[in-house]
Design a protein around this ligand. Structure first.
Ligand code: SF4
Length: 333
């Protein structure tokens, strides 16, 4: 499969009328500034100097706010620039992220006219209680309707979910995963909640109104959502926010994606090794292809330590194996 590269263009949604409790709009706007079409072109050209000529699928992505919430003429200016790049063959796909309530036929007609490929929705949760407590300002019905329309127009759908928002629970996370599967997105991103300074959520934390789930609980919810989504064929392309000057603090774990993927690997390994131990094998090899080897061993070698201490009579070896596709447990030579 061709490698995939993303050229990110951050378009802030200045004057966003919403007040999502986790969002620091001022800081987002300060970070992405007032990006013009020519700024975006400069960014694209810079990225293309390193990407062009390599055998890669190049996707131009409008991130950072609610792309379809900005005035229609601004959307069109960015889209026609993006389409020129696509028509010339210098990029392969156009992608945008937006809110579920900024999707309607007029918006989708415009996106279609400029050859948009992927629309990613910031859904965050399918639990109305969680959406209300986070002051998202849209309903679960809005999400369902926008997903339906996006499919009707033939766009690729992406869904972003957050874990650990106010009123969130293990059950509501699993319900969000179940409903996401029902919406049939091709891709998903899972974002454990990070409390950013100068947000209503930071104030709620300070006042004790919001108590974030423990790290173990965040990992448990994210891991089980990841397992449910991937089992349904949905490609989970990201777990956790990328660090920047805003994204830091006690609730930010820079390696949460690695921790979750390692926890998934641990479950898979344990499931595979139990029948082998029951069959009397005492020397087992856990093999993984290079791209999964770190997950098999675990974040900070946690899985290695876990298996040795849980099964003291068993000798475990970990081996990288380019010839296999997934993690497997086999009898040690
Ligand atoms: S997260 Fe919410 S408040 Fe922040 S820009 Fe998006 S819609 Fe507006």
């Amino acid at each position: 499969m061709k490698k995939h590269a993303i050229i990110p263009i951050f378009i802030s949604h200045r004057g966003c009328p919403h007040r999502c409790v986790f969002c620091n709009q001022k800081a987002i706007t300060a970070r992405s500034g007032d990006v013009s079409v020519s700024d975006a072109e400069k960014t694209i050209e810079e990225w293309l100097t390193t990407l062009e000529g390599r055998d890669m699928e190049i996707e131009l992505s409008f991130f950072g706010g609610s792309f379809t919430g900005i005035p229609m003429e601004d959307q069109t200016a960015f889209l026609s620039m993006a389409k020129r790049y696509k028509d010339s063959g210098r990029i392969d796909k156009i992608h945008c992220s937006t809110r579920p309530d900024y999707i309607n036929r007029e918006i989708l007609d415009n996106l279609k006219a400029y050859d948009m490929d992927v629309i990613e929705l910031g859904v965050q949760s399918f639990d109305q209680k969680v959406l209300d407590a986070s002051e998202r300002g849209h309903s679960v019905k809005d999400v369902e309707e926008s997903c339906r329309l996006i499919h009707e127009y033939g766009f690729t759908l992406g869904i972003q979910l957050m874990i650990g928002l106010p009123e969130d629970s293990y059950e509501s996370c699993m319900e969000s995963a179940r409903k996401t599967i029902e919406m049939k997105p091709k891709v998903a991103r899972l974002y454990p909640t990070v409390v950013i300074a100068d947000t209503p959520l930071a104030a709620m934390l300070e006042e004790g109104v919001y108590i974030p789930p423990s790290e173990d609980e965040i990992v448990r919810r994210t891991k089980d959502m990841y397992k449910a989504l991937t089992a349904a064929g949905i490609n989970v392309i990201r777990i956790g926010l990328k660090s920047n000057e805003l994204i830091k603090g006690d609730t930010y774990h820079p390696a949460i994606g690695q921790v979750v993927r390692s926890a998934v690997a641990r479950d898979d390994i344990e499931e595979a090794l139990e029948p082998m131990i029951e069959a009397g094998l005492r020397s087992l090899e856990i093999a993984a292809p290079p791209e999964l080897f770190n997950y098999a061993v675990g974040h900070k070698a946690d899985n290695k330590k876990y298996f040795s201490s849980k099964y003291p009579g068993i000798r475990f070896t970990f081996k990288e194996d380019k010839k296999i596709e997934g993690i497997c447990v086999r009898k040690s030579e």
